[in-house]
Design a protein around this ligand. Structure first.
Ligand SMILES: Nc1nc2c(c(=O)[nH]1)N[C@H]1C(S)=C(S)[C@@H](COP(=O)(O)O)O[C@H]1N2
Ligand SMILES: [Mo]
Length: 348
């Protein structure tokens, strides 16, 4: 396998990304004024090691294990010739917002100190995993599906791989080969990756090589040590504004943002400009898709200069809402509390 010279292949200009080691976080101001999807040039990247450069002419997607009757291996052309589906869904790192355990709750957790930019929504096209499993004669006794990444082994733990229960695998999981209308870029899993709607990003294994189907529960460091017991993502919200953005006094300004949940459609978004004393309902605009996000906006005319904390709080259709503080998580996952976004109102 060829190795790129940098951990991430695409350009990471400072106005679009904040780099964290081998990973890169989207700056939320990079979504301002854009449509529903996150363009590929600003979609966050989370790499355990490096983006591999895969030769698609020799690449095969193997499906094997006790849970299938006829092991198969599909070429890229075969995959692209199969019936395809297109999903508009989010991929979000389980650790998105981890930094706020430290900065807002003074109880930090180790790991990449993401702000809110470890999420993106793309239009993914590919073959339903169910279709491929059926082609391989999946047995009724199948229990787990283990997708393995072709990127370099991570420390002493081997290739990145995380078991997925057969129920989810046969439901809405996609083996995607296209992202926003073009072949998957190298950093996002070329030639093919899983897209697991609503679940933590680690489920969406990139650079798929091989998929084992078992008739017993499977265990890897990615469901025992690193991401035990995490499946769906909680409710979060972000403003499409720079951290410490400067806004001229008066206005009115139309402030934009997005809210999302892995568990159901967002039904309400409220915004506070006074530290949570009073809340106003934001207006929705654009599409309103489940397992993606809801764009919203609110008008605001600040009357005096100074530093202000903007807050946004969303509720999903299951009734889950964003608390002001959230219980500590040992790995810093699931930060769903309202984020206090500082801005400076200045003489315009
Ligand atoms: N093979 C492989 N798949 C992977 C990873 C990885 O390092 N290697 N990172 C995972 C994690 S933790 C996340 S959050 C998502 C990020 O997807 P993206 O880089 O396309 O944004 O990919 C997941 N799939
Ligand atoms: Mo992640």
């Amino acid at each position: 396998m060829k190795q790129a010279t940098a951990a991430i292949v695409k350009p990471l200009p400072d106005h679009l990304f904040k780099v964290h080691g081998n990973s890169a976080e989207m700056r939320w101001e990079a979504m301002a004024g854009l449509g529903y999807h996150t363009p590929n040039d600003r979609f966050f990247v989370r790499n355990h090691t490096f983006t591999p450069l895969i030769d698609v002419t020799t690449w095969r997607l193997g499906i094997h294990g006790a849970g299938v009757r006829c092991p198969r291996a599909f070429s890229y052309e075969e995959l692209r010739a199969m019936p395809s589906r297109t999903y508009d869904v989010a991929i979000e790192c389980a650790g998105n917002g981890r930094r706020f355990y430290r900065t807002q709750q003074h109880d930090g957790a180790p790991g990449t100190q993401w702000g809110l930019g470890a999420i993106g929504v793309a239009r993914w096209r590919g073959v339903p995993l169910k279709y491929l499993l059926d082609q391989a004669g999946v047995r009724p006794e199948a229990v787990d599906v283990l997708p393995v990444g072709l990127d370099a082994p991570f420390e002493e733990h081997g290739h990145v791989r995380r078991p997925l229960p057969i129920g989810k695998a046969m439901d809405d999981v996609l083996v995607a080969y296209e992202m926003n209308g073009v072949p998957l870029p190298p950093d996002h899993g070329f030639p093919a990756r899983l897209v697991v709607p609503g679940w933590v990003g680690i489920a969406s294994i990139k650079w798929l090589g091989d998929i084992e189907v078992s008739t017993e529960p499977l265990f890897t460091p990615w469901n025992t040590v690193f991401y035990p017991d995490v499946t769906t993502q909680p409710v979060k919200s972000a403003f499409e504004l720079a951290w410490n953005a400067r806004l001229p006094v008066a206005g009115p300004h139309i402030l934009h943002g997005r809210s999302w949940s892995g568990r159901g459609r967002i039904v309400r978004v409220e915004v506070s400009f006074d530290g949570g004393l009073t809340w106003r309902t934001a207006e929705h605009h654009g599409q309103h898709l489940v397992k993606a996000w809801l764009p919203w906006h609110v008008a605001w005319a600040p009357r005096r200069t100074g530093t202000r904390l903007l807050m946004a709080r969303a509720t999903d259709e299951t009734g889950a809402t964003q608390p002001l503080t959230t219980p500590r998580h040992p790995f810093g996952y699931h930060f769903d509390a309202v984020v206090q976004h500082p801005i400076h109102v200045v003489n315009g």
